[in-house]
Design a binder for this molecule. Structure first.
Ligand code: PEP
Ligand code: MG
Length: 556
């Protein structure tokens, strides 16, 4: 009898993996109540799970001390206290005994009760603890269900399943042990998809309600090329997919032979191919895959790692390390782009009805100047260790960039005063990711050295289509003529001022668009590092002068 089941989602990162499932924290959004014969067994399961959870949290704490520092690891001490909290434990035990139910359901109910208690508190510190209640409760539930972290340690790599994968949830993952991602919600521009592409593992997102049908104890095949997930595959299917994996590996091997050669078109135009990174590991991967430099360092990832703002020193060390790893190649660091889907709990950003249109990115920096200056100081201090450029996200007016430049000058003056050296050659750029910035790109071009088009947000804001919403993924189309016209307008305005334009949104690696981008005059493409060899190869086969007229005529 064959029990193999096939599910279809959206392909968000190509490739194929075969392996065991691991349910991530935050994946537990509904636990069914089951009446049990012997509640003492459930009480034991809960108590055992508490002990396992405490060991796991201590391990995470030690890992955090070694990677981000002691202060940042304090959150795990709070988690340990919460797991041992007597009121919390009593609530679980009383639900098990009174309702004769399964222990995971009792924890789930307790999570909901305590979440509400914390959410109703006015004190911002206590209010913040509501997300910790979710975290520790989901951990206990997963351990009751036998889907725990030790399992990962014993069983190598796994396919991660999650309702959604927030950027902060990805921080604690061991990147070496990720075979792929499957998420209930999300689209190919979501940050889980971006992470998957950076790691060169497949991702299938937007599974929807089928998510609750999975049997996580089974083996899975995840096919990121066609967006298919196969649960409990039979032998023939596994062997068929093993063959497909071999073909992919062969192709990657061939491409890697020329990865370090530049991407020069047939008619002699050099296109800079850079890596999009979230930290030092990705910079190393960019080098490995033949990047000309870094086109987007999402610096907000430094802010998502701990329980408080990263200090100037922590940031300085990260920027310096990336510059050193890139060894003289240009590194474009984007200043923090927090808010919207990238929330740091300590930030205390109020709940917003429309966070993507809310208090985020440069808006935070221009209203909390201390935070901004700390980052700029760290950046300028690091600038002597390589070729640094800085760009600013979510710009919507010339006034904003003028204010930014004043603050930059203030920071430089402070450094002069303190006799701290910095480079005078740091290029300044603006991300073109709002329709407003496109429309004023003629004016913005007079203020900066370069533009980098963020097609993820530009598409979201132009098409009025949430980049995270799988239901409208067809409307979220960076290939739409309106987006293409916007990029063309941006490049034309930039050319008039003699500044260069690159693209760092996910569409930069989509070869369906490359000929049109190059025809417009795009000079740089910044993409997930593992995709670099393929894009370089594709560009080497283009003759821009041959395709330009035909491609541009499609825009009007
Ligand atoms: C973009 O919006 O295209 C972009 C590159 O930035 P992010 O995906 O981090 O919002
Ligand atoms: Mg963006």
């Amino acid at each position: 009898m064959i029990y193999m089941k096939i599910y279809k989602g959206l392909s968000a990162s190509k490739g194929i993996s075969i392996g065991n499932a691991f349910l991530l924290t935050g994946a537990i959004d509904n636990i069914e109540k089951v009446i049990v014969d012997d509640s003492s067994i459930e009480i034991k399961k809960f108590n055992d799970s508490v002990q396992i959870s405490l060991i796991q949290i201590e391990k995470l704490k030690q890992k955090a001390i070694n990677t981000v520092g002691k202060e940042e690891s304090e959150i795990f001490e709070i988690h340990k206290m919460m797991v041992q909290d007597l009121d919390y434990q009593e609530s679980v035990l009383s639900i098990i005994s009174k309702e004769n139910c399964n222990s995971e359901y009792a924890v789930y109910q307790t999570k909901n009760i305590f979440y509400k208690i914390f959410a109703d508190m006015d004190d911002p510190y206590m209010n913040d603890r509501k997300s910790d209640v979710i975290d520790i409760s989901d951990r206990i539930i997963k351990n009751i269900l036998g889907n725990n972290e030790d399992h990962i340690e014993k069983n190598d790599s796994v396919i991660y399943f999650a309702v959604d994968l927030t950027p902060s949830a990805t921080i604690s993952l061991d990147k070496q042990k990720i075979l792929g991602f499957v998420t209930k919600i999300g689209s190919s521009a979501s940050h889980s998809a971006i992470l998957a592409r950076n790691l060169n593992v497949p991702a299938v997102v937007g599974i929807g309600d089928h998510f609750s049908d999975f049997d996580f104890s089974k083996c899975f095949i995840i096919d990121g090329i066609s967006g298919i997930i196969i649960e409990d595959p039979d032998k023939e299917t596994i062997s068929e997919y093993r063959d497909k994996i071999k073909v992919i590996e062969e192709e990657e091997k061939k491409l890697s032979l020329h990865k370090d050669e530049p991407a020069i078109t047939k008619d002699g135009v050099h296109i800079e191919i850079n890596g999009n990174i979230g930290g030092v590991e990705d910079a190393e991967s960019s080098n490995k895959h033949g990047a000309d430099g870094i086109g987007l360092f999402r610096s907000e990832f430094l802010y998502l790692q701990g329980s408080d703002f990263p200090s100037e020193e922590v940031q300085f060390n990260s920027y310096k390390k990336v510059l050193e790893v890139m060894d003289g190649k240009r590194v474009i660091v984007r200043t923090l782009d927090l808010g919207s889907d990238k929330q740091a709990s300590y930030f205390n950003i109020e709940n917003e009805d429309n966070p993507a249109l809310g208090y985020r990115a440069i808006r935070i920096c221009l209203s909390q100047i201390g935070i901004f200056k700390t980052q700029l100081r760290a950046l300028y201090r690091s600038s002597i260790y390589g070729k640094l450029a800085i760009m600013f996200p979510m710009i919507v007016s010339v006034e904003e960039i003028k204010k930014v430049k004043i603050i930059v000058e203030e920071v430089k003056k402070e450094l002069d005063h303190e006799k701290i050296p910095y480079s005078n050659k740091v290029e300044i750029g603006v991300m073109i990711e709002t329709p407003a910035s496109v429309m004023i790109s003629d004016k913005l071009a007079k203020e900066v050295d370069f533009f980098s088009v963020g097609t993820n947000d530009l598409t979201q804001y132009t098409m009025a289509a949430d980049r995270m919403n799988a239901n409208i993924s067809e409307i979220f189309d960076p290939g739409n003529i309106s987006i293409m016209r916007m990029i063309k307008m941006t490049v034309d305005n930039a050319n008039k001022q003699g500044i260069w334009v690159g693209i760092c949104g996910e569409s930069a690696s989509d070869t369906r668009f490359t000929k049109l981008y190059l025809s417009m005059g795009i000079k740089e493409l910044s993409i997930s590092p593992p995709m670099i060899p393929k894009l370089k190869e594709f560009i080497r086969r283009i003759d821009i002068s041959e395709v330009r007229d035909r491609k541009l005529s499609m825009l009007y």
